[in-house]
Design a binder for this molecule. Sequence first.
Ligand SMILES: [Mg+2]
Length: 266
Amino acid sequence: MTRRFKLALLDLDGTLWRDGHVIEGAPEFVERLRHDGVQPVFFTNNSSRTPSEVVGALLRCGIAAESNEVCTSAQAAAHALTERIPAGSTVTFVGKTGLEEALTDAGFAAKRARGSELTEAWVKEAKAAVVGMDPAVTYLDLAVVTRVAHRLGWFVLTNSDARYPTEDGFLPGNGSLGALVETASGVKPLVTGKPDRRFVEFALERYGATASETVIVGDNPYTDVLAGAAAGVYTIHVRSGVSFPEDENAPVADETVESVEKIFRQ
Ligand SMILES: [Mg+2]
């Protein structure tokens, strides 16, 4: 069955690992893809980590990977900016190294929003504002991004996940930071992570595959499955990660399995 695909876009959290521990069968699944000539791509909404940091985390889980096989929502955000503002422009952001590196690699002058430097000149310089996750972000940092977003009439949100699941509940996610900026600035974000179909299309272009040659695998119906379905890509929902209350309107995948271990076994 893998023969029909050239590219597999693999979610990470809840799909290949959970709470920092590898999900059983995940390393063998990735090896099986390689053996069958399917390019695995580690396709993540997490904008905090750089590709080499993601590779390190995968290696600790026993999954062999290379940096150029990692595709992040931060890279999708940077790509979206290349279509909207000139190379070399100053982009202010909140987020971590993964976003800073993606913006720099795309040719922008990435400037982390610092509330302590909040001045009118500083706010006027930026040609774009990007919101990515950073647990250490402050009110005044978000104030900088909000003022830039308000002046420009738009901003970029790397992903709209409202919550991150934890073992004992959840933490506010990047979508919640974006909601603050949206409310205060009065402008809507351009969201570049899953479920936005452009993130999938960015990956198809980058790795040279068509939608019909690609499969997306993930644990979240509202991000992974929705993104795949929107882009016309075959979707596999794994039940190894987040669970949601029963929702009859939840996006339905082409296939549902307990974990990646069960994929392509038939
Ligand atoms: Mg996930």
